[in-house]
Design a protein around this ligand. Structure first.
Ligand code: FES
Ligand code: FES
Length: 143
């Protein structure tokens, strides 16, 4: 198996078996975001308590990469402090842009599979949609 095959499998697994799909009844923030280039949309909901992401859910309509990325993101931010989640978002965006990032700061787990997408500039927006929504929500709530 080459790396691309492995990455594709991880992405398809999240697409077919999304983690944290649905809506929260006790959310403290909700963000809806569209990808203007295709019209796909994602909704991110989180419950923040004492500066920590207690839980996160998503729903939306979009391509496999956008939905898989939302699934991975909600899984990854659960239990993180708000500032850690924002840091992780920065790492993710650096990873997608092919910049250097600190690999040891977090266990990126499945998220690393999205590196396989970074070679296709048109798909980077798909992969970052849910992350932008998360970042927007957390930044607003920090105010
Ligand atoms: Fe060759 Fe998986 S067996 S790529
Ligand atoms: Fe629309 Fe990927 S094609 S988010």
């Amino acid at each position: 198996h080459n790396l691309d095959t492995l990455y594709r499998q991880v992405i398809m697994d999240h697409y077919k078996n999304p983690r944290n799909l649905g809506q929260l009844s006790d959310d403290t923030l909700t963000v809806n975001l569209n990808n203007p280039t295709c019209g796909d949309r994602v909704q991110i909901q989180m419950k923040i308590e004492d500066g920590q992401v207690e839980t996160a859910k998503f729903e939306g309509e979009g391509c496999s990469i956008s939905m898989a990325s939302a699934s991975m993101m909600t899984q990854a931010v659960k239990g993180l402090k708000v500032n850690e989640a924002l840091k992780m978002s920065k790492i993710f965006s650096d990873m997608m842009l092919g910049k250097e990032y600190d690999e040891d700061l977090f266990d990126l787990g499945d998220i690393e599979a999205l590196q396989g997408v970074a070679k296709f500039p048109a798909r980077i927006k798909c992969a970052t949609l849910a992350w932008k929504a998360m970042e927007q929500g957390l930044n607003e709530q920090e105010k």
